[in-house]
Design a protein around this ligand. Structure first.
Ligand code: UD1
Length: 416
């Protein structure tokens, strides 16, 4: 798999079914470590981040098997081994294992987490919160050593509603002695989903999806069967593709109730939408309107994970727009590539000023991270001429088969 070749410029026409959610399944895979029986996860997306996480789980003695969309996990022989560095060191979500391993085994060693190159991404909030529950954490040259023989419930207030820190607290609190009250918790749908999954395993959790989550620790969690919800970011990516390239796009199994902020922006841009259940039809009668001023923020605000894709669409819209990226620094990596395609973008600190141009032209492009890579696919599909997108492996971290999906929507794309 060398590069993606996209011949852009034709309006879209087609339908895709939205895959299972990456950001939901990763913490759920961590949670599965806590089950004493077999856990079956259905609608699991076939993405490289999941494959990496499964390799990491194997490093701790877990056995895993994939049967199509189903994953079967047996954590019966879990031990406090070492996650293979090749995987854990490049994957941010490996930090998510900390709460689970401590809850189940009382100790853990994790190579320092990696992930997309979108800023510093510290883990101080995770560490502080876990310490408040009794964890002793030592930063060693190769990774983090954690011990927590008797996790204790605590009243914790996060200084910022970090998604990962919320997940780690919940993952340890379900096995702690007593009650944990987590304030200023993240409200992302993936938190609600993790808590729903843990509840199916026997955990006692209230308030998921609100700013205060209450967890009563239990002695043991059991295996369960669970179906992963569709991916709101993948759905949002294809919605923004429709805004950029024009034409008519239908999405099946799109989690529309989680996409209100994105749908509102698309309406302002003049994209027409018709929904029925989890089915969404979008069409663009002409060039989209710009004039958008948006700031990324925690859920239910506009998601940072769709910021790059929105930028790609706004490059072609009529008028000037401003995007203020408030969650991650350095999340404008695809802007440089868009400029080489003819876009007019000016970056100043956390803000990107975008002057919409009538057209972009095909280019040799390089994906530098997951969502920025998806944004380049959007720009290439809307541009005139041929584009080649190198470093496609970043996109495969979160999109199960973007070639299949783009083709289904009428984009001329191939893998070279
Ligand atoms: C998760 C998502 C990611 C999404 C992000 C924000 C997964 C696997 N990833 O990432 O796709 O973009 O939420 O919606 O679910 N921070 C600290 N200290 C910490 C933790 C976070 O300063 O200990 C900062 C981060 O640097 C960042 C902000 O808080 O600026 C948000 O991070 P967080 O909500 O934790 O995101 P992730 O869980 O890493």
């Amino acid at each position: 798999m060398d590069y993606l070749e996209i011949e852009g410029g034709s309006p879209l026409c087609g339908e895709v079914r939205i895959q299972g959610s990456k950001n939901a399944v990763l913490p759920i895979l961590s949670a599965a470590l806590q089950g004493t029986g077999i856990t079956v996860i259905d609608n699991c997306p076939d993405i490289s981040d999941v494959s990496a996480m499964l390799e990491i789980l194997k490093g701790y003695g877990c056995s895993t098997r994939r049967e199509g969309k189903r994953l079967i996990i047996d954590a019966g022989d879990l031990h406090s081994g070492r996650a293979p560095e090749d995987y854990a060191g490049v994957m941010r979500s490996s930090i998510m294992l900390l709460g689970s391993l401590l809850g189940r085994l009382g100790e853990a060693f994790l190579p320092y987490p990696g992930g997309c190159v979108i800023g510093k991404r510290p883990i101080d909030l995770h560490l502080q919160a876990l310490r408040e529950m009794g964890a002793e954490l030592t930063e060693e040259p190769e990774g983090l050593r954690a011990v927590c023989a008797h996790p204790a419930g605590a009243r914790i207030r996060l200084p910022f509603p970090s998604v990962g820190a919320t997940e780690n607290v919940v993952l340890l609190a379900v096995r702690a002695e007593g009650d944990t009250i987590l304030q200023n918790a993240a409200r992302e749908p993936e938190i609600t989903e993790l808590c729903r999954f843990l509840s199916c395993m026997g955990a006692k959790i209230e308030g998921a999806g609100t700013g205060t989550i209450r967890i009563r620790g239990v002695k043991e969690l059991h295996g369960t069967e669970y179906r992963i919800q569709p991916d709101r970011i993948v759905a949002g990516t294809y919605m923004l593709l429709a805004a950029a390239a024009g034409g008519k796009v239908a999405l099946r199994d799109a989690p529309l109730e989680q996409l209100a902020a994105v749908r509102k922006v698309l309406s302002q841009m003049g994209v027409r939408q018709e929904s029925s259940g989890n089915h969404l039809l979008l069409w663009c009668p002409g060039r989209c309107r710009g004039g958008i001023q948006i700031r990324t923020s925690p859920y239910p605000g506009f998601p940072t994970d769709l910021q790059s894709q929105l930028m790609a669409a706004l490059c072609l819209a009529e008028g000037d727009s401003v995007i203020d990226e408030r969650i991650f620094e350095e999340r404008f990596k695809s802007a440089e590539e868009l400029v080489r395609m003819g876009a007019r973008i000016h970056i100043q600190g956390s803000r990107a000023f975008i002057h919409g141009v009538g057209k972009l032209h095909g280019e040799r492009l390089e994906a530098r991270e997951l969502r920025g890579g998806a944004a380049l696919c959007i720009a290439a599909a809307a541009a005139e001429g041929k584009s080649r997108i190198h470093q496609y492996h970043y996109i495969a971290r979160g999109y199960e088969n973007i070639i299949r999906d783009l083709k289904a929507l009428g984009v001329m794309v191939q893998c070279r």
